[in-house]
Design a protein around this ligand. Structure first.
Ligand code: F0G
Length: 459
């Protein structure tokens, strides 16, 4: 029987980076030295690095070529003019501020909009977004439906904002207290799930009704546009770039980490429609990031982002990108690995609590899986559960996170089909040994963002 054609990568390899393949024994010792926290491993000891899709993209020959003509002038650099032109064409917004990465754009914008007694609403605030908002003394509320949080239900747009919940918060606190409504596309912290155009339109209408600023956190807006094209009626014939433009047309502001769909290794953007707000942000940009024509970036970085922002909307690339993530998800699902469905755009999220039902949340089943994936296969990934989001009550008892997930984030254009096949194969061993998997306990933790530097020991 004829098998379906393999969806091969729409690029070929011009430069290679050798990978080291260590033995499970070596990795076991390396992990012990890293205190069972893969963030503390040497990257040379990692075979397949699925820690993040941020800043880990492989750049194209066009991007590298553009970097060679980067203009490093302090002011008025042509590389800045190139980037500004591309961003204006994408967003239709007149004020473009470059920053060194996404959270710098967040710090500037939410630093100005935030403050005590202020409230922000989002489908789901990403950690740095929430941290930058809460740092100003403001509150951040996530509005997402219970259905979207259910890992089993197959819905096309589980990243959507629950507009009814958002309205209730506006009515409760009063519209004048709401600094902004932020739509994160795709919704990273909710499984990389997409947001529909219909939902973006509803958010726009809500913001119009109450006179509230509407911001899109669009670091994965190209991936989101692909989902809209394939899941939302009436967009089937549209180009992904036009879908992204249509969505951005609805917003008053756009923040972007260029380390994701910018296909660059560093960079961020803050883009606004309002002149007064842009003026305030520009002052803070100059004080903290750099002059308006570079904002903490080199000219060559800006060239790489400008070219990346065009390449990302290549329809063949986006098709391959979303389908290859789905391929990993589908094969793991067929093996019986419990995961969030449907599959996200940039990552697959495994439900570690279900995989290891014998490990109590106090022994962090997600961290246990992260450790086993490293020892078994040299695969590095991140726990998104009670290590990352757990808190303590007044008796120092763990208040667990809503779920115990592990994220396998796929860097863009980096790994081939056979690397992904390898990851799928490693799960055979993970499943075979699931009942003997052991939990971990925390032996050291810092007061904030503990997952980065916490130390663990085996239970
Ligand atoms: N917003 C979203 C939705 C993100 O996913 C990230 C980063 C940021 C903002 C911040 O951007 O890293 O350039 O400062 N997410 C990375 C991740 C770190 O691994 O998901 P940044």
């Amino acid at each position: 029987m004829k098998r379906p054609r393999t969806l091969a990568e729409p690029f070929k390899i011009k430069m290679v980076e050798p990978l080291r393949i260590a033995t499970p024994d070596y990795r076991s010792k390396a992990l012990e030295k890293a205190h069972y926290n893969p963030f503390l491993l040497h990257s040379d000891d990692v075979y397949i690095d699925l820690l993040t899709d941020s800043g880990t993209s492989a750049m194209s020959d066009h991007q590298w070529a553009a970097m060679m003509i980067g203009d490093e002038s302090y002011a008025g650099s042509h590389s800045w003019e190139h980037l500004e032109k591309i961003v204006k064409e994408l967003t239709g917004m007149p004020y473009v501020l470059p920053t060194h990465q996404g959270r710098a754009a967040e710090r500037i914008l939410y630093g100005i909009l935030g403050g005590k007694n202020k409230v922000f609403i989002s489908n789901t605030h990403f950690d740095t977004t929430r941290a930058n908002i809460e740092f100003t003394g403001a509150q951040a509320f996530d509005c997402i439906s219970d259905e979207s949080l259910n890992h089993e239900i197959e819905l096309p747009f589980k990243g959507n904002m629950d507009v009814k919940q958002a309205r209730e918060i506006i009515l409760k606190y009063g519209a004048e207290k709401i600094s902004a409504v932020i739509l994160t596309v795709t919704n990273n912290s909710a499984g990389g799930q997409p947001v529909s155009m219909e939902n973006a339109m509803e958010v726009r209408a809500l913001c119009n009704e109450f006179g509230i600023l509407f911001v899109i956190d669009g670091c994965r807006i190209a991936e989101n546009s692909y989902f809209i094209k394939h899941r939302e009626k009436s967009y089937r014939e549209k180009a992904c770039i036009d879908i992204a433009r249509e969505m951005l047309d609805l917003a008053d502001g756009f923040v972007m980490s260029a380390k994701k769909d910018g296909l660059a290794n560093i960079g961020g953007l803050l883009v606004l429609r309002d002149k007064t707000l842009a003026g305030k942000c520009t002052n803070l940009l100059i004080i903290s990031e750099g002059f308006t024509t570079y904002g903490g970036l080199t000219g060559r970085d800006m060239e790489a982002i400008a070219v990346g922002l065009e390449e990302i909307f290549d329809e063949d690339y986006l098709h391959y990108r979303i389908k290859s993530t789905e391929y990993l998800g589908r094969h793991l699902h067929e093996k019986g690995v419990p995961l969030i469905r449907p599959y996200g755009g940039h990552a697959i999220y495994i439900n570690a609590k279900e995989l290891y039902p014998h490990i109590p949340v106090e022994q962090f089943p997600g961290q246990a899986l992260v450790c086993n994936l490293y020892v078994q296969g040299g695969i590095r990934c991140v726990e998104v559960g009670s290590v990352m989001f757990g808190k303590y009550d007044e008796n120092s008892k763990l208040i667990p996170a809503k779920s115990e997930l592990v994220r396998l984030a796929i860097p863009r254009r980096v790994y081939t089909q056979s690397h992904i096949e390898y990851v799928i194969d490693v799960f055979d061993d993970i499943l075979e040994q699931r009942t003997s998997a052991k939990g971990v306990k925390i032996v050291y933790e810092p007061p904030f963002l503990r997952h980065f530097t916490a130390k663990f020991s085996e239970v």
